[in-house]
Design a protein around this ligand. Sequence first.
Ligand code: PGA
Length: 258
Amino acid sequence: MNKNLRKAVIAGNWKMNKTRPEAKALLEAIIPLVANAKDKIEVIACVPFTNLETAVAVTAGSNIKVGAENVHFEKSGAYTGEISADMLSEVGAEYVVVGHSERRQYFGETDETVNKRTKAALAGGLKPIVCVGELLAEREANITEEVISRQIKLDLADISAEDVKKAIIAYEPVWAIGTGKTATADQAQEVCAFIRATLAKLYDNATADAVTIQYGGSMNAKNCAELLSKPDVDGGLIGGASLKAEDFNVIVQAAVEG
Ligand code: PGA
């Protein structure tokens, strides 16, 4: 498996943080810091719906792409409070986080709805960042691979090889998210490699080699270099550390270094 076949992707996941003026200020601080990453790696800010228009305007002409944090699976209709892929594309979002563990944990997201959202995102011209990851109890029961394999198979069901190459998979062990407990670089590598092997079985080697697989879960300025040096860790989905321009930039620079 050849890492050079894929561009590294560092994506911030802002979660439910930042008003519009705060979003503008944070992006204006990040833009000059990461300008040197242009053409080397992909830098994305996934922001709350209310910040999308601001983020698209502020990042215009920069090398930062904008993503949303969720998308509904229907095209339009009586779904009060929901946002469609077409709406996100129209506002200028290029990416969308799908199936984040916080959505699975607090908002009833299932593998079935993750699959529907992933398909809707692709149909609407968005690149989905599909999140998978095991709970602490599942890791302790030695069923991490079983859990990840099931999530990958169900979340990507009926998605073509051509489409899956547009997706990013984020491996986010639930026990590492927002807890300060990072997976070791070896643990992250092991599961990212397992995800790639699963993709190779479901599709083929060339497809598996083309898909970007990120690690997420307490990745920060201190631990990013080691995590990103691993052959199957193609980038990061960054929560807390994406809210501070300097910390986010350290992670971007680590990915530029490879
Ligand atoms: P964290 O979040 O970096 O704050 O652990 C990662 C994520 O939830 O995507």
